[in-house]
Design a binder for this molecule. Structure first.
Ligand SMILES: *[C@@H]1O[C@H](CO)[C@@H](O)[C@H](O)[C@H]1NC(C)=O
Ligand SMILES: *[C@@H]1O[C@H](CO)[C@@H](O)[C@H](O)[C@H]1NC(C)=O
Ligand SMILES: *[C@@H]1O[C@H](CO)[C@@H](O)[C@H](O)[C@H]1NC(C)=O
Ligand SMILES: *[C@@H]1O[C@H](CO)[C@@H](O)[C@H](O)[C@H]1NC(C)=O
Ligand SMILES: *[C@@H]1O[C@H](CO)[C@@H](O)[C@H](O)[C@H]1NC(C)=O
Ligand SMILES: *[C@@H]1O[C@H](CO)[C@@H](O)[C@H](O)[C@H]1NC(C)=O
Ligand SMILES: *[C@@H]1O[C@H](CO)[C@@H](O)[C@H](O)[C@H]1NC(C)=O
Ligand SMILES: *[C@@H]1O[C@H](CO)[C@@H](O)[C@H](O)[C@H]1NC(C)=O
Ligand SMILES: *[C@@H]1O[C@H](CO)[C@@H](O)[C@H](O)[C@H]1NC(C)=O
Length: 411
C-alpha cells in the first residue's frame, strides 16, 4: 500500500491518499480521502481499462489498449468545499488524466461525470498519430446513490463508444461519507442486482389455483408539492403503489415517500408533478384543464429501472381520472386504480390532489370520489333488497303453481 500525504489545501485541511496496488494481473485503484479531522470523507476502489482509437499519418485507424495503468497519482482529488463538489482525479502513464465528480441532492448523491484525457504527443503509446495533442472525452454518468450507501458494481460497466471505450469493474465508491465511517450498506448497480437477485422490484408470485396472493401492505402516504414564483401551486397527498406486469408476472412496488424526490411545474392550462427515486427515473403526473372549469389527470409518463438493468417506459396522455372543479381539490380515501396501460397500473390510497388554484399553500374544499360517498350504497342496498323480494315472490308463485299443477295430474 502506498500512501501520499499532500500539503494542506486551503479550506480542506490535510489530505491523506492511499493507493493499494492489486497483486495479480490487473491493478485496483484505491483511494481514501480524509478531511481536516482525519475522518474519511470519500472512499473509492475500482478497476478500469481503456481502448483508444486514433488516426495515423498514413490515414489508418489504430487502436491502443491502456490496461496496465502503472503507478498513479491523485493530485486534485478532494472532498469538496462550499464551491466545488468532491472529485477523484487520477494521473497515470504518459499524460493520462481521469476525473470523476460527485454532486449531492437531498437524500442522494450522484456520480456525476467522468472525464478522461490522453496525450497523443506520446510517441510510444500513440505511434504515428496524425493529430498531436491532448484529447478529452466526458461522459455524464449520473448514477444516483442514497446518501450513506456505498455504490458497488462488480459487473463490467462500459462507457463511451467510437474513439474511446472505457471499462470499469469491481467498483466500490462512497462520496459524502458520514462521520468518517465508510458504509457497509451497499447500493448495487443494476447489473449486480441481476446477479444477486436483490430486486428493486419485488415480483409477486403469479396466483396459482391453490394459493391466493398475500395482500401487499398499503403504501405510506407521501406529501408532494410544486412551488413557483407565486408560492405553492400544486399539492398532492397520496400513497402510491405501482403494478408492473412483465411476462405475465405482476411486480407490485410501494413508493416510499422518504426516498422519493419530487419536482414539477405549473402553467395556466397544465400542471406537472414529477416523482423520482433510485429505481424510478421519472413518474410524471400531468394535469389539464377541461371545459375551462374542471381539471383532471390527463397523462402519466413513467420510466423505471427493471431488475435486469433494462428500462421500462410507458406513457398515456389520454387518461381521464381525478376529475374535479377548478378551485377545489380531488379526494379519494379508498383504493383507486389508475390504469395507464395493460402492463402498468397505479393504485392510489388516501389521495388528495389540487393541481390548480392553490391558495396560501392549502387545499381548497374537496370533491370526493364516488367510492368514498357512502350514500350511493343506500340505493344499491334498497334496490338489492327489493329485487330479492321480487325473486322470492316469483319463486313462491312458481312453486305454488307447480304443486297445484302436479296435484291435478295425480288425480
Ligand atoms: C491526523 O493524523 C495524523 C497522523 O496520521 C496526525 O499527525 C494528526 O495530528 C491528525 N490530525 C488530527 C486533526 O487529528
Ligand atoms: C477512422 O475512424 C473515424 C472515426 O473516428 C472514421 O470516420 C473513419 O472512417 C475511420 N477510418 C478508417 C480508415 O477506418
Ligand atoms: C478490460 O477489462 C475487462 C474486464 O476485465 C476485460 O473484459 C477486457 O478484455 C479488458 N480490455 C482490454 C482491452 O484489456
Ligand atoms: C463535473 O465534470 C463535468 C465535466 O467533466 C462538468 O461538466 C460538470 O459541470 C462537473 N460537475 C460538477 C458538479 O462540478
Ligand atoms: C453521525 O453522527 C451524528 C452525531 O453523532 C448522528 O446523529 C448521525 O446519525 C450519524 N450518522 C451516521 C450516518 O452514522
Ligand atoms: C396488478 O396487475 C395485474 C394485471 O393487471 C392484476 O391482475 C393484479 O391484480 C394487480 N395487482 C394489484 C395489487 O393491483
Ligand atoms: C419514513 O420516515 C418516517 C419518519 O422518519 C418513519 O417513521 C417511516 O418508517 C419511514 N418509512 C419508510 C417506508 O421507510
Ligand atoms: C429485461 O427483461 C425484459 C422482460 O423480461 C426484456 O424485455 C428485456 O429485453 C430484458 N433486458 C435485458 C437487458 O436483458
Ligand atoms: C414522456 O417523457 C419523455 C421524457 O421526458 C418524453 O420524451 C416523452 O415525449 C413523454 N411522453 C409523452 C407521451 O408525453
Amino acid at each position: 500500500m502506498v500512501c501520499f500525504r499532500l500539503a494542506p489545501v486551503p479550506g480542506s485541511g490535510l489530505l491523506l491518499l492511499c493507493l493499494v496496488l492489486g497483486a495479480v494481473s490487473s491493478y485496483a485503484l484505491e483511494l481514501n480521502l480524509t478531511d481536516s479531522e482525519n475522518a474519511t470523507c470519500l472512499y473509492a476502489k475500482w478497476q478500469m481499462n481503456f481502448t483508444i482509437r486514433y488516426e495515423t499519418t498514413d490515414k489508418h485507424n489504430k487502436t491502443v489498449t491502456i490496461s496496465d495503468l502503472g503507478p498513479a497519482t491523485y493530485s486534485g482529488s478532494s472532498c469538496g468545499d462550499d464551491q466545488n463538489g468532491p472529485k477523484i482525479a487520477v494521473q497515470f502513464g504518459s499524460g493520462f488524466s481521469w476525473i470523476v465528480n460527485f454532486t449531492e441532492e437531498k437524500s442522494f448523491y450522484s456520480i456525476d461525470s467522468i472525464s478522461f484525457s490522453y496525450n497523443t504527443n506520446d510517441n510510444t503509446t500513440f505511434p504515428d498519430a496524425k493529430e498531436k495533442g491532448v484529447f478529452t472525452v466526458s461522459d455524464h454518468v449520473a448514477f444516483r446513490v442514497p446518501l450513506n450507501d456505498i455504490f458497488r458494481c462488480n459487473s463490467l460497466l462500459t462507457l463511451g463508444k467510437n474513439d474511446v471505450v472505457q471499462h470499469y469493474w469491481d467498483v466500490h465508491v462512497q462520496a459524502f461519507v458520514q462521520n468518517g465511517t465508510v458504509s457497509t450498506k451497499e447500493f448495487l448497480c443494476d447489473k449486480d442486482k441481476t446477479l444477486t437477485t436483490v430486486l428493486p422490484i419485488v415480483p409477486t408470485t403469479v396466483p396459482s389455483p391453490t394459493t391466493t396472493p398475500s395482500p401487499k401492505e398499503k403504501p405510506e402516504v407521501g406529501s408532494y408539492s410544486v412551488v413557483n414564483s407565486n408560492g405553492t401551486c400544486l399539492l398532492a397527498t397520496m400513497g402510491l403503489q405501482l403494478n408492473i406486469t412483465h411476462d405475465k408476472v405482476a411486480s407490485v412496488i410501494n413508493i416510499n415517500p422518504n426516498t422519493t424526490n419530487f419536482t414539477g411545474s405549473c402553467h395556466p392550462q397544465t400542471a406537472l408533478l414529477r416523482l423520482s427515486s433510485s429505481s424510478i427515473k421519472y413518474l410524471d403526473f400531468v394535469f389539464a384543464v377541461k371545459n375551462e372549469n374542471r381539471f383532471y389527470l390527463k397523462e402519466v409518463n413513467v420510466s423505471m429501472y427493471l431488475v435486469n438493468g433494462s428500462v421500462f417506459s410507458i406513457a398515456n396522455n389520454n387518461l381521464s381520472y381525478w376529475d374535479a372543479p377548478l378551485g377545489s381539490s380531488y379526494m379519494c380515501n379508498k383504493e383507486q386504480t389508475v390504469s395507464v396501460s395493460g402492463a402498468f397500473q397505479i393504485n392510489t390510497f388516501d389521495l388528495r390532489v389540487q393541481p390548480f388554484n392553490v391558495m396560501e399553500g392549502k387545499y381548497s374544499t374537496a370533491q370526493e370520489c364516488s367510492l368514498d360517498d357512502d350514500t350511493i350504497l343506500i340505493p344499491i342496498i334498497v334496490g338489492a333488497g327489493l329485487s330479492g323480494l321480487i325473486i322470492v315472490i316469483v319463486i313462491a308463485y312458481l312453486i305454488g303453481r307447480r304443486k297445484s299443477y302436479a296435484g291435478y295430474q295425480t288425480l
